[in-house]
Design a protein around this ligand. Structure first.
Ligand code: F0G
Length: 476
């Protein structure tokens, strides 16, 4: 995406594509949004997509396909075993990531399941810069645990450090010196990090992590689900690498890893995933589990058509104009919110613009579901669906994440700047009326364990009052 300097002042991100296939969207009236929220138990995940005006829940599987991807969808070979699409994708992995062996797996968390089954035993410990919830759960189910090693700079929502996803290298060195290596199947690197606001990890830090892990005889495992963003940030924020091509940066990143996995719903703009490596024994180990749990290893639970789409998506990803689209929109949102005083995670990261619900809803108590209440309020007044990233989606006892965030994800090639401007405008209105946002509580408070899609209820009638105030403003 190109940033265009306007004659009248300011800079805007301009889409480096034009659109030929569209989906109609609609904004249902605020009364119906209130009803939809009730039916969804005030949890944005549970909303029907047709009731959502602008869907910023996630970019996962929701990035728009290019014309070449759409074309590739129709040349799929649906053979049960050994379909041509598998070999074409394996070649693409060799070309771009430099890994000899590729196993398709139907999505990112299924890759994590396969890796946990293949490598993690009870009592194992897995260092990571920051956990992702599905990875941590798969490791726990296998009897192991993740050990967070993020530098302190990543645990604050403010600041301007360009690589807040960096590992604490001293902590990693100490940990590997003190822990028997049989208990550490791999050192995991998440590039970029999801739960701390899409913040990237620097290439120098990744290379240092790999050097430490290898010196201690431990494999590195790289989660490349959010690598598109991370590669873009290395290109624009790392002085030493600004003249490298996207392909060169991608290869340097991949070379640091012994095993790579990814959600193809993000990396590759498709609906799939995969695991790749150079070690044949590791490949055979993983492949055995894939054929038991996912499908024959030449499709791994994916549709062959999606394998073709993912392969072309990998080529699209090597284009800076394509990968910069998400981060440039996000930066635009972050800068506009900052001007208006709306609290956001800084600097702008990948994946989405993250509102800081702790500061946005500082009038609510820590246990009053600030982020869930904010996500519900945003949908109510604007029809925009964001994702709660806080108390109701993460068990606090499992997490060191101190934040309450609402993520407004920016799927690539899906929305235009006018959609983004609408979101900024409505969230600003809400910020100026933030005292009207009330508390939330679990619908079933007797339950000890809650899931992120459990119903949550407002305390009092603040939603109705907020809706009335919004209508009074004449914005509906
Ligand atoms: N790893 C990371 C860093 C992710 O962000 C995700 C998914 C996964 C693994 C799991 O992949 O969804 O294909 O099973 N993140 C999605 C999101 C859910 O919207 O943040 P998956």
């Amino acid at each position: 995406m190109s940033k265009i300097k306007l004659y009248g002042g300011g800079v805007i991100p301009v889409e480096m594509h034009r659109v030929s296939t569209v989906h109609t969207i609609r904004l249902i009236p605020i009364e119906d949004r209130l009803k939809a929220m009730d039916e969804a138990g005030n949890c944005s995940y549970n909303l029907k997509a047709e009731d959502v005006f602008i869907d910023m829940l996630t970019d996962s599987g929701f990035n728009a396909m290019s014309d070449e991807q759409a074309g590739a969808f129709h040349v799929a070979d649906f053979s049960y075993a050994g379909g041509a699409g598998y070999y074409r994708m394996a070649d693409k992995i060799r070309e771009i990531l430099g890994k000899e062996y590729f196993v398709p797996v139907h999505q990112g968390r299924a890759c994590e399941n396969m890796l946990a089954r293949a490598f993690v035993k009870p009592g194992d410990l897995i260092p990571t810069n920051f956990h992702f919830c599905t990875f941590a759960t798969q490791v726990q189910l296998a009897g192991g645990a993740v050990v967070e090693m993020l530098q302190d700079k990543g645990l604050v929502t403010g600041g301007d450090d360009g690589f807040k996803g960096d590992y604490d290298l001293d902590q990693l060195e100490r940990f590997l010196s003190e822990t028997p290596k049989e208990r550490v199947p791999f050192v995991r690197i998440e590039a970029g990090t999801n739960l701390i606001g899409g913040q990237p990890i620097s290439m120098d830090n990744i290379n240092a992590v790999a050097e430490i892990a290898h010196r201690h005889g431990v494999r590195t495992l790289l989660d490349m689900s959010l690598a598109m963003d991370n590669i873009h940030f290395i290109k624009v924020r790392d002085e030493k690498r600004k003249d490298m091509t996207v392909r060169e940066i991608t290869r340097e990143l991949a070379d640091a890893a012994d095993i790579i996995y990814f959600s193809g719903r993000k990396l590759g703009f498709a609906r799939g995933g995969g695991i790749c490596m150079n070690d044949r024994a590791d490949f055979l180990n993983v492949r055995g589990y894939v054929s038991t749990f996912e499908g024959f290893p030449s499709f791994g639970g994916m549709s062959s058509a999606e394998l073709e789409v993912m392969r072309v998506g990998f080529d699209d990803t090597m284009n800076e104009d394509v990968i910069s689209q998400g981060p440039d929109y996000i930066e635009y949102m972050v800068e506009e919110f900052k001007k208006r005083g709306v609290p956001v995670v800084t600097p702008a990261g990948g994946l989405g613009c993250h509102l800081d619900a702790d500061r946005f809803c500082a009038h609510l108590g820590k246990k009053e579901f600030r982020a869930a209440a904010l996500a519900a309020a945003i949908y109510l007044i604007s029809g925009v669906r964001g994702m709660e990233r806080g108390l109701s989606s993460e068990k606090p006892e499992d997490s060191i994440c101190p934040f309450e965030l609402v993520r407004l994800a920016v799927p690539r090639r899906v929305y235009t700047l006018s959609h983004i401007m609408y979101v900024i405008d409505r969230v600003t209105w809400l910020y100026e009326h933030r005292e009207m946002i009330g508390a939330m509580k679990w619908e079933d408070e007797s339950k000890e364990e809650h899931s992120f899609i459990d119903f949550i209820r407002p305390v009092g009638d603040w939603r109705e009052k907020l809706a009335a105030e919004y209508k009074k403003a004449g914005l509906e």
